[in-house]
Design a protein around this ligand. Structure first.
Ligand code: FES
Ligand code: FES
Length: 161
């Protein structure tokens, strides 16, 4: 089947998509967008988190056909026209990236949290990121990164784009 979807503001048409293919597979293998990671393919780790019509989802659990005619946002599109989004920079500056496998999903989840709640409490951060597993950092640096991003965005114009 043919899938037509908008990814990071760009229209994509993909032919010969098998009905069982996930959105994650199509993004990575057919659209050349490998930022979203495939760690478990079972909806357990969150490393494949993308926006679907503005709502974070595990792309490994979304059939590609479900994205037809819809808007997808991946980690590659977070920064928009900028080189790096403030949330991404905060993860680097806080030392929240080790192997980096969990990072794309965490960035999308953190970006979504800060768009909804610019000044999250620690429990709100933990709850928002509860679906994203990290085997390296012990999570403290990730919490630091989200707090840092929130502080920086609060002193910049507007919130997360
Ligand atoms: S790869 Fe999708 S949740 Fe783990
Ligand atoms: S940095 Fe390695 S899994 Fe999170």
């Amino acid at each position: 089947m043919r899938i037509i979807t908008t990814v990071n503001g760009e229209r994509h048409e993909v032919d010969d998509v098998w009905e069982g293919e996930s959105l994650l597979y199509v993004l990575r293998e057919r659209m050349g967008l490998p930022g979203s990671k495939n760690a478990c393919e079972q909806g357990e780790c969150g490393s494949c988190t993308v926006y679907l019509d503005g709502v974070p989802v595990c792309a490994c659990l979304v059939a590609a056909g479900q994205a037809h005619g819809r808007e997808v946002g991946t980690v590659e599109g977070l920064a928009g026209a900028a080189d790096v989004h403030p949330v991404q920079q905060a993860f680097v500056d806080a030392g929240a990236v080790q192997c980096g496998f969990c990072t794309p999903g965490l960035l999308v989840a953190a970006h979504d949290l800060l768009a909804r709640e610019p000044h999250p409490s620690d429990p709100e951060i933990r709850e928002a990121l509860a679906g994203n597993l990290c085997r390296c950092t012990g999570y403290e640096k990730i919490l630091d990164a989200v707090r840092l991003a929130a502080d920086r965005l609060a002193t910049a114009d507007g919130g997360p784009a």
